[in-house]
Design a protein around this ligand. Structure first.
Ligand SMILES: [Zn+2]
Length: 261
């Protein structure tokens, strides 16, 4: 039977500043991107989409970024404090992090998978191959977004690695969409709520403007695949009259209500 999730809550995370032309050559703004996470209440459990930055980053940004020195040279982090880490954000909203039953990771980059180890009791989901790549990326991607030591340390957790789209509860409410290209196993999430459907993009899209351009971004693992995935998300949203929430886009963060039902 078709079901809906009860609630979707957008939780604040950190920020990073970046020259938009690195993502879209025609965009020359300096943008403060956001790194939120999303909690979904479904009758069968609590689902977290992405985990945001690690608490280790709050402790010592410089030491944390050392492993990703190529990235550190192009990204400008605002101070990231312990209260912004996802477990504290969950508590602030009245949720016990230990009660999160399912964690879906859009991909293995540090701004999405950084706090996975805070959920040792949850069922973790990533598209097959993504976390392996994150732990042992091609040389061109070493030091560029994958905190490989941290990913490798989560190997013993409860990872589930679907090869294709995966309907989390078998009722269509929370659908993991395989949208590769930014990384080998990037995924997005379609969430059906009572009043609307929301597409959470992870990094399948980085900026709202890609809904119009239908292009991937510079630095994608596979640019052709990435553009196909952008199209897939946009077309599905159109077909379902869904809201596309581009996770990193500061305008989406500023304009969209942070609780949807
Ligand atoms: Zn990202």
């Amino acid at each position: 039977m078709a079901q809906t999730a009860n609630k979707l809550i957008a939780l604040p995370g950190g920020t990073f500043g970046i020259d938009a032309s690195l993502m879209a050559p025609e965009d020359h703004r300096y943008i403060e991107m956001v790194t939120p996470t999303f909690l979904i209440e479904h009758p069968k459990g609590l689902v977290l989409f992405d985990t945001g930055y690690s608490w280790r980053m709050a402790e010592d940004l410089h030491a944390y970024m050392e492993e990703m020195s190529k990235l550190a040279a192009i990204v400008n982090h605002r101070p990231f404090t312990r209260d912004l880490v996802v477990d504290e954000q969950l508590r602030r909203h009245g949720y016990d992090p230990a009660k999160v039953g399912f964690v879906v990771v859009s991909h293995g980059h540090y701004d999405h998978a950084g706090a996975v180890s805070l959920f040792p009791h949850a069922q973790l989901f990533a598209i097959a191959g993504e976390m392996r790549y994150a732990a042992w990326p091609d040389a061109r991607h070493v030091k560029l977004g994958f905190k490989s030591s941290e990913i490798a340390a989560t190997r013993g957790l409860n990872w589930n690695e679907p090869e294709h789209d995966h309907d989390l509860f078998g009722d269509g409410a929370v659908l993991i969409l395989k949208t590769p290209g930014h990384t080998p196993g990037e995924c997005s999430l379609r969430v059906r709520l009572r009043n609307e459907t929301v597409m959470l993009t992870g990094d399948t899209l980085h900026l709202r403007m890609q809904i119009r351009t239908l292009k991937g971004m510079g630095g994608d693992y596979d640019p052709r695949q990435a553009a196909d995935s952008v199209k897939r998300v946009v077309e599905m949203a159109k077909a379902e009259s869904a809201r596309i929430w581009v996770n990193h886009d500061p305008d989406d963060w500023a304009e969209y209500p942070h609780q949807l039902e």
